[in-house]
Design a protein around this ligand. Structure first.
Ligand SMILES: [Zn+2]
Length: 333
C-alpha cells in the first residue's frame, strides 16, 4: 500500500476520439501501476465532479454558461482544439473535482497525485490547447475559500508555458498575503546552464512557476511569478539545474501552504509536441527533485499530469507512472 492516495476515475477519459492527446492514458497509467505492483486498488480514491460554484471561483459566468448550454462560438470551439460535447464538459468538471480532492488529501498525507488534470491553458473566460477548465486553479481557490490554505505555489513542468494559470493568478494580492518581495525577482542563472532565460515578477497569494520551452505554444506567454524560458533541445542536466534554481528562488520569496506540481510528460525527447530532450530517467529525477524539496520544507504537494504526446503512448504511461514511483521513494524513506 502506498503512503498516499491516487485520485482516479474511469470517467477522467476525455471523449475526443482519435487525437494527439492520448485520452486513454489515464486508465493505462492506473492499469500499469496495479499490474507492476506499485499500487493496489485500495490506494485509489474516486473524485466527485466539481460544483458549478467551484468552477465559478475561477471562470467567468458567461463562459461557464456557454459550456453548460453548448453555445461556444465556432472560434471558441476551434481554440479548444478538442471536439466539444456535453460529455467533455462533464469530464472537465470531474478533473476539477479530482484536483480539489487531491489538494485536500495532500494536506493529510503530505502528497497526493491525481491521475489526470493539469489543464493549465484554460483562462477564466476561455479554453484553449486541449484545456477547458483550469482544474488546479479551481482547487486552489476552493481550498482558500474553505480556509484550508492561504497561499499556494504552482510548479508547472509541462513543456508548454502555463499561460492560463499565469493569467488567473497575475496580480492577485490579498491583504492577508502581503509579502516583502513584490518587486521583480532577479534570479541567477545556474553556472552550468548558460543558455535559457529566467524572468519573473510576483504579486499575489499564489506564486506561479513555469519551466517551459520558449520556442513553443503558447506564442503569447503572460508572465508567471517565475518563467524559465528554456532553449530548444535542452537535456536532463541543464533542465534539472534550472528547475532547482527556480524552486530555490521561488521558495526564498514565498512560503506556500500547498505546492501544486504540474508534471507534464512532454519535455520528453520523443514527444511529438515538445522540443526538449529529457530522457525518461531525467523526468523521474525531475519528479524526485520536486518531491524532495516539498518534503524537506514540509509543504504538502498535489500532483496533476497535464500533457504527454510521446510517439509511443507506452512511454507517456511510463513517465507518468514513474511520478508515482518517485513519490513513493521520497515519501516512504
Ligand atoms: Zn504540454
Amino acid at each position: 500500500m502506498l503512503p498516499f492516495k491516487l485520485v482516479y476515475s474511469d470517467a477522467y477519459y476525455l471523449p475526443i476520439g482519435q487525437h494527439v492527446f492520448p485520452a486513454e492514458k489515464y486508465r493505462r497509467i492506473r492499469d500499469r501501476l496495479i499490474s507492476t505492483g506499485v499500487a493496489d486498488a485500495s490506494d485509489f480514491i474516486e473524485p466527485e465532479p466539481a460544483t458549478d460554484q467551484d468552477i465559478l471561483l475561477v471562470h467567468k459566468p458567461e463562459y461557464v454558461h456557454k459550456l453548460k448550454t453548448g453555445t461556444l462560438s465556432q472560434r471558441e470551439e476551434m481554440e479548444l482544439e478538442i471536439p466539444f460535447s456535453q460529455e467533455l464538459v462533464e469530464a472537465f468538471w470531474l478533473a476539477a473535482g479530482g484536483s480539489i480532492l487531491a489538494a485536500r488529501q495532500s494536506l493529510k498525507d503530505k502528497v497526493c497525485i491525481s491521475i489526470g488534470g493539469g489543464f493549465h491553458h484554460a483562462f477564466p473566460d476561455h479554453g484553449e490547447g486541449f484545456c477547458m477548465i483550469n482544474d488546479v486553479a479551481v482547487a486552489i481557490r476552493r481550498l482558500q475559500r474553505d480556509d484550508k490554505i492561504r497561499t499556494a505555489m504552482t510548479v508547472d513542468c509541462d513543456v508548454h508555458q502555463g499561460n492560463g494559470t499565469a493569467a488567473i493568478f497575475a496580480g492577485t494580492r490579498t491583504a492577508s498575503a502581503l509579502l516583502p518581495s513584490s518587486s521583480p525577482s532577479t534570479v541567477e542563472q545556474p553556472a552550468h546552464a548558460p543558455r535559457g532565460k529566467i524572468r519573473g515578477v510576483h504579486a499575489g497569494d499564489v506564486f506561479t512557476i513555469s519551466l517551459h520551452q520558449h520556442n513553443n505554444y503558447p506564442v503569447s506567454k503572460p508572465p508567471s511569478s517565475i518563467d524559465v524560458d528554456l532553449p530548444d533541445d535542452i537535456g536532463d542536466d541543464d533542465y534539472l539545474a534550472w528547475l532547482d534554481n527556480a524552486l530555490s528562488s521561488g521558495l526564498r520569496q514565498f512560503e506556500p501552504d500547498l505546492l501544486c506540481y504540474i508534471a507534464g510528460a512532454d519535455p520528453y525527447e520523443e514527444d511529438q509536441l515538445g522540443g526538449l530532450k529529457l530522457t525518461i530517467e531525467g523526468l523521474k529525477k525531475r519528479d524526485v527533485l520536486v518531491f524532495q524539496v516539498a518534503r524537506a520544507r514540509n509543504i504538502p504537494v498535489m500532483v496533476t499530469y497535464a500533457g504527454g504526446y510521446a510517439r509511443h503512448v507506452e512511454d507517456t504511461v511510463t513517465i507518468h507512472s514513474n511520478t508515482v514511483i518517485a513519490a513513493k521513494e521520497v515519501f516512504t524513506a
